[in-house]
Write a protein that binds this ligand. Sequence first.
Ligand code: UDX
Ligand code: ADP
Length: 497
Amino acid sequence: MVIKNVCCIGAGYVGGPTCSVIAWKCPDLRVTVVDKSEMRINQWNSDKLPIYEPGLDEVVMECRGRNLFFSLDIDTAIRDADLIFISVNTPTKTYGVGKGRAADLKFVESCSRKIAQVATGPKIVVEKSTVPVRAAESIINILTANTRPGISFQVLSNPEFLSEGTAIEDLLNPDRVLIGGEESEGGAKAIEELSWIYQHWIPAKKILTTNTWSSELSKLASNAFLAQRVSSINAISAVCEATGADVSQVAEAVGHDSRVGPKFLQASVGFGGSCFQKDLLNLVYIAECLNLPEVANYWQQVINMNEYQRSRFAKRIVECLFNSVTDKPLAVFGFAFKKNTGDTRESPAMYVCSHLLEEGAHLNIYDPKVAPDQILQDLTSAAMTSEPERVKRLITICDDPYEAVKEAHAIVILTEWDEFKSYDYNKMLLQMKRPAFVFDGRRILNHSALIDLGYHVETIGKRFTRNALVRNAATRQHWHRLQRQKVARNNIHHIMH
Ligand code: UDX
Ligand code: ADP
């Protein structure tokens, strides 16, 4: 089979960017992305794409209408395709057996049934959505049990490793592409076909091939390992706050060990996103089902540490604000789960805000990319509160950070957006109540400069003791004095020569 037509079911954070890059890099392919949501497809066909991702607009604008199409006609796209990506959402189950832990595969199943129903020729079906180990087996069972005789399918696992905010960069220069398939002649051929698509821009040595189950498990394991690193450094951050150590210094020292490496050691208010928690829960559930309770407990602890980190930070805010935030306006900077995305799924900001709202705080929330409706929807959802009307009254969504700080007792940083670093915090201070606090949940601001301005600063993994503050300020004044003397000396030197 020579692949000419590719279809992707699911025009979300994974399907949209992945297929846009495939279309861009493979002009010889016709790529059609379909979705059951009319709104999503209309947005993909408009000037304002449904997701914010640096570099995505340019890629879509170049290919859309050429060899990249967004369509609601799922049946035709499936029928015409030689290869079909399943990129639908696989959220954590909210009902029945495995509730709150297992991945809900109802969308994957309905795609498989649809493919079986409309396919008139052989297809390679590729699971891109994160799924539990052996999900491919369910897909192949549904396909073969429901399809017309004589039509053959190959099911591959090709997990996506892109990170939101750097999706295009990750797709263009991935660390690896992983393709798992059946250990048979048919399986090997299908792997070769998919591999050929990626080889349009990715060196063959970066394309790893495995059996289907290894590929499925590798995706869960990769995310579990990454989440574990964040929980590990966050656990250390709590020790730092209690001892006077500085977590960034510890992270640097630890990360210099080439066996550990420097990445993913940024202590924070906790990890979020659609993948880490979901995949960890999934892994825990699988381990339980396989009667491996020690393994389940081990990975569960990574999630527990994340929850601890979020609630520890929220409690610290209340504690520092004299044990009460009731009726106090607080400015919240950032709501997305990380910078450069408008995605709020499992954002730690949601949990911290929810805690503060429970305590009666008024939150003035500013995020450069998250839509106001999304913030309201998240904080008033049944998972977050039983009193949505009360919560709504306590929230103001601001489109200007300088508005958000008016009369506020504190600035709470919950996402590491770059623009937060360049605000005029002196100007902000003048608008705020005293004492004015900054709670930096992402460790991105210049804390010494803020202390010099007169803020009380609290951050993750470092405690500024009173002595340290005074010492800090004194050292800085001394440094500024030296700098002034140096400039003066240089000026004199300049004048004399
Ligand atoms: C993750 C994986 O990185 C990606 O390979 C997979 O395909 C999907 O899941 P994503 O969730 O988009 O990607 O973002 P990622 O950059 O991994 O960050 C996840 C969370 O961890 C964010 O909330 C981020 O702020 C947090 N984080 C990350 C830290 O708190 N500290 C770090 O050092 C790194
Ligand atoms: P992800 O982050 O995994 O890409 P998203 O929620 O962003 O998840 O996107 C998944 C997309 O899949 C949604 O736009 C949803 O409408 C779509 N989808 C889910 N089930 C089906 C289905 N059976 N047919 C077509 N599209 C579907």
